[in-house]
Each structure stands twice: as C-alpha cells, then as structure tokens.
Design a binder for this molecule. Structure first.
Ligand SMILES: O=C(O)[C@H](O)[C@@H](O)[C@H](O)[C@H](O)COP(=O)(O)O
Length: 230
C-alpha cells in the first residue's frame, strides 16, 4: 500500500482531510468512527477538526490508546479529547470510553479484566474504524505500542482489538488498540511534528522492524496510510 506524504502540512489541512473521510463514511454508511491519539501534538488538530461542518451526531469517537489513570488525572487522554476535540460542533459526537472506574493497583490480571471490559464498551463502534489518527514518539512508538514493553509482543501479534502495555519509558499502564486493529482501519493518518520525529519516521519507513513499532504501520499492504508532517 503506497504511503502518501504531506510535507509542511497545517493542522487545518489535516482536519479537512479527516472531515472529508468522515463525511464520506456518513454518506456511505450513515455513520462514522474516528480513533484519535492523545499526547501533546494533536491539540491544534483537535481545535481545527472540531469546527468542521459535518454531522457529528453520526460520528463515534474513541481513543487510540489511554493511560490507565482517572479521568481527572493530568495525563488522561480522555480528558484531553473532551477538552480540545469534543467542543463546538464536535460536542455532538458519541465518545466511547475504554473505562470509567479504576482499581487502585494493577497487575496483569487486573489489566486483562480492564481490556475485556473495554472491548465490551467499544463493541458498538462502527467497525472497521473509518479513520485512525496516530502520533509517534521519538522511540518510534505509536498508539501505546512501546517497543520491548511488557504486553507489546502480544499487542502486535493478537487479533484482539485491544491490549494492555506497560511501557518502561513512559508513565502509566495503557490500554491500546492492537496492531491488527489499527491495520484493519479503512484509513490511517500519521501526524509528525518536528525534525527529530521526521528522522525517526524516515528510518522506520525503510523496513518493518518490531523494534520500531511505527515501521509496522508504514511497511504494510493492508490499509492506506497518509503522513502529515509539519
Ligand atoms: O497516549 C499517547 O501518548 C499517544 O497516543 C501516543 O502514541 C502519542 O501519539 C505519542 O506519544 C506522541 O505524543 P506527543 O504528540 O505528545 O509527542
């Protein structure tokens, strides 16, 4: 599958691209599903996307991955999306959460149960996802697919939709869409900001390498990927 690159891309240009994909999905199937990543970079995109003129009441929004923290925690992606994306016109969208209440401590069994519960919560999502918006870390992680982390090997091998990963290079255990769920999407969008991430992307684009998770999303023939660089 060819990768389409958009250099010098503005958040507004990417927002228009995503909105067009959502409009097409609604026109074709009466509904649309959008998965978005958290972190810091997507905020300008969220603020551009939320004002796009489309029938947001027919859009289901879900996170690509979520840190296992309460919603009022500073690192909650759920709170980030609620605050920056689901405002204005986009406030009419349906936001499907992976979890609400959390156990005070985590071990593999608790995380397994959290994943099972999250799978049930998102079972009503229009599937496959119409648009998945990915970011990337300097270590080439994407979603919460952190190379070498506990849970990572399973998350890139399973055909389940969600998995847990406990990165040792970033805070919090995470619930994440798996590689197979990401590659099942109708369209993948990767947004990259800055020269250092661009260099990581260029290296990852050379070949699939489990040590560089984003390379598994780039070097594949299953779903179209567009890369928006700014
Ligand atoms: O929960 C998360 O952190 C994201 O889903 C993660 O995959 C993010 O896209 C990258 O870490 C880049 O994050 P920044 O945009 O903050 O650099």
């Amino acid at each position: 599958m060819a990768v389409t690159e958009h250099p010098n891309a503005t958040p507004a240009a990417l927002a228009e691209h995503i909105a067009n994909a959502l409009r097409s999905a609604i026109a074709a199937r009466g509904q649309a599903s959008l998965a978005v990543s958290g972190g810091k970079s997507p905020i300008p995109l969220f603020e551009a996307l939320r004002e796009q003129d489309l029938d947001w009441s027919k859009v289901s929004v879900v996170l690509v991955d979520e840190r296992v923290v309460p919603r009022d925690h500073a690192d909650s992606n759920t709170a980030l999306v609620a605050r920056h994306l689901l405002q204005g016109r986009a406030a009419a969208a349906r936001f499907l959460l992976f979890f609400r209440e959390l156990a005070p401590t985590f071990n593999a069994e608790v995380l397994d149960a959290l994943v099972r519960d999250a799978e049930e919560r998102i079972a009503i999502l229009p599937w496959p996802l119409d648009v998945v918006v990915l970011g990337m870390g300097e270590d080439a992680h994407t979603a919460s697919l952190f190379p070498g982390a506990p849970g990572y090997a399973r998350a890139i091998a399973t055909d389940q939709r969600l998995a847990w990963v406990v990165p040792d290079t970033a805070p919090h255990a995470r619930i994440s869409f798996t590689l197979s769920a990401l590659l099942a999407a109708r369209e993948l969008v990767l947004s990259i900001t800055g020269e250092s991430k661009l260099a990581v992307y260029r290296r990852a684009a050379q070949k699939a390498d489990e040590a560089l998770p984003i390379s598994l999303v780039i070097n594949q023939t299953q779903t179209p990927l567009s890369v928006w660089m700014n």
